[in-house]
Design a protein around this ligand. Structure first.
Ligand SMILES: *[C@@H]1O[C@H](CO)[C@@H](O)[C@H](O)[C@H]1NC(C)=O
Ligand SMILES: *[C@@H]1O[C@H](CO)[C@@H](O)[C@H](O)[C@H]1NC(C)=O
Ligand SMILES: *[C@@H]1O[C@H](CO)[C@@H](O)[C@H](O)[C@H]1NC(C)=O
Ligand SMILES: *[C@@H]1O[C@H](CO)[C@@H](O)[C@H](O)[C@H]1NC(C)=O
Length: 512
């Protein structure tokens, strides 16, 4: 065969390998019982994610370094960022590069993705994994249900590119939409006009999700070698259901029977009032609710157990419902939602700051109006971003062995636990070495301590401060060892009084 040199450049593969090879240690896998996450070496991994949808698109390298350094210093170990962003197929990134050649999702534009490689590597060097959202949901279908550029025929190629280039990265398919969709534009218009919503055709887009997922799985397999068994951490990022009668908005409700779905997730969102009844929805003051439901779904006979996460709870500094007529969510709201979700069974938490997730830059990128800030650098310093690391700390401080044994323990709270974001939430070690209880109100509460296995004098009690991660140990009157469940083992605890906050976490732990 004669091969001219000039021809070589033409037959070179379109998809050049990434400049940086993602190491196998990057991978995250479910724990053996499926409830939590671990590193490939088996050690616990508590997901503490920040939301940075437009990181690759809007920040230059210097700014990305500032961003990632700040997040690393606050204990974040995952950052959610989008490859093919919601800004549009014709919108260049900060460097002026478009995601695709000729608006063709089967022809990635090398400089655009090479820049992403450099940020993925930079993050890894700071101990942060990127959770890659290959493409925003609008590229499957738009709000009115018109198809877009990702189809059952183009998604395998794009998915393969993503998988082969970014093996081991956790991935969220097509954010902010659902596999089943109805014409939301029309539904909203009907509600705004005060009418009863007619039933529009529901389109099932899950073949596109499957095509993208299977492309990714195949691409990763090609990248890491065909003899190595590997299942990427893959989920979807569902949104509110805009019509009644469909599956609830969590990944497993739509795609629970798919082997590629290895992580369950939901979006409890930013609103504490219903969009329009009877649409099923999540209340931002009750982010623990979908967590509890996903956790319970995994426990059902015949169901596959998956780790569960809320990947979009109320962002700090975002207006309630994204509407400037309402107050914005603050650090206290974010702390409460995070502790309640984790104690309800989540494998971690995902934080967001409103101007950061979109990277509003004064004079360059105007904010979308959903929060009071127009500057990502200002929102980078929001208090909640420094406080939610203490959720992870409290869990990790109980030790590696107990990490995989924790179970939600709402049943140990005696009397009324409270509703919504006033709810007292408990978790315990199923082997009996600790109990933790988060109270958002500072009011006394009573718990049944019977699950603690050892002698009373061995139990250390502390108040853990969710604002700074410090413990204050204190003595308490213990009901006695091995006391059977019931009135004798019930103890009432009164949180400390301190200016500025009322939320505390009780830690009862056996010391040997
Ligand atoms: C990024 O942008 C900032 C602000 O405009 C500028 O100071 C910095 O030099 C830029 N860095 C790069 C690598 O372009
Ligand atoms: C969706 O509804 C809007 C508003 O009624 C309408 O203009 C549009 O044509 C509809 N789109 C589809 C795909 O049905
Ligand atoms: C795995 O197999 C595919 C196709 O069979 C091939 O293209 C790819 O190069 C292989 N990967 C490795 C790392 O050997
Ligand atoms: C935070 O917002 C809640 C309402 O969501 C409010 O009750 C609380 O007082 C606010 N906290 C601070 C410190 O502003």
């Amino acid at each position: 065969m004669r091969l001219k040199e000039g021809l070589l450049s033409i037959v070179l593969p379109v998809f050049v390998a990434a400049a940086w090879n993602v190491p196998p240690e990057y991978g995250l896998i479910p724990s053996s019982d499926g409830r939590f996450l671990r590193n490939t070496n088996g050690r616990p991994f508590f997901w503490q994610a920040d939301t940075a949808w437009l990181l690759f698109h809007r920040l230059n390298y210097t700014e990305a370094e500032t961003y990632l350094s700040d997040r690393a210093s606050k204990g974040f170990n995952v950052v959610l960022a989008v490859g093919f962003t919601q800004i549009g197929i014709t919108s260049p990134n900060r460097n002026g590069d478009l995601p695709f050649v000729s608006k063709d999702v089967e022809q990635p534009n090398e400089p655009y993705w090479a820049y992403i490689d450099s940020i993925v590597e930079l993050a890894w060097n700071k101990g942060i994994r990127i959770c890659m959202v290959p493409a925003w949901g609008q590229y499957v279908h738009d709000s009115a249900n018109n198809p877009s550029v990702l189809t059952a025929s183009t998604a395998p190629t794009f998915g393969h590119f993503i998988g082969q280039r970014y093996p081991y990265l956790p991935k969220i398919l097509v954010a902010d939409t659902n596999p089943w969709w109805e014409n939301k534009t029309a539904v909203k218009a009907d509600y705004a006009a005060g009418g009863v919503p007619p039933t529009y055709q529901v389109v099932d887009w899950s073949p596109v999700y499957d095509a993208l997922a299977m492309g990714i799985v195949a691409g990763e397999q090609d990248a890491i070698g065909n003899g190595t068994a590997w299942s990427p951490l893959l989920t979807i990022h569902p949104t509110n259901q805009w019509f009644s009668g469909g599956p609830l908005g969590f990944a497993s409700a739509f795609l629970g029977d798919r082997s590629w779905l290895t992580l369950d997730s939901c979006q409890s969102g930013h609103t504490d009032f219903p969009p329009n009844p009877p649409i099923p929805w999540w209340n931002a003051r009750r982010g623990w609710e979908p967590i509890e439901q996903m956790y319970a779904a995994g426990a059902q006979q015949g169901a596959r157990v998956r780790p569960v996460l809320d990947n979009e709870a109320h962002y700090e500094n975002r207006y309630n419902n994204g509407n400037g007529a309402n107050p914005w969510w603050n650090a206290s709201d974010v702390r409460t939602g995070s502790w309640q979700a984790v104690f309800s069974g989540a494998a971690g938490l995902t934080y967001g700051a409103d101007a950061v997730m979109q990277f509003a830059i004064p004079g360059l990128y105007a904010p979308d109006g959903s929060g009071p800030s127009d500057d990502w650098l200002a929102d980078l310093a929001l208090q909640g971003s420094g406080q939610i690391q203490w959720v992870r700390r409290a869990i990790m401080d109980r030790g590696d062995a107990a990490y995989f044994q924790r179970v939600p323990a709402q049943d140990i709270i005696m009397g009324d636990a409270g509703a919504d974001d006033k709810r007292v939430t408990a978790m315990r070690d199923s082997a009996g070495s600790w109990i933790m209880v988060y109270t958002p109100t500072g009011k006394p509460f009573s718990i049944d301590t019977a699950s603690l296995v050892s002698a009373c004098d061995g139990t250390q009690a502390s108040w853990f401060n969710p604002l700074d991660g410090t413990y204050r140990t204190f003595g308490f009157v213990c009901p006695g060892p091995g006391v059977p469940s019931g009135t004798n083992s019930v103890v009432t605890f009164t949180p400390p009084v301190e200016d500025g906050h009322v939320d505390w976490t009780l830690v009862l732990e056996l010391r040997n």
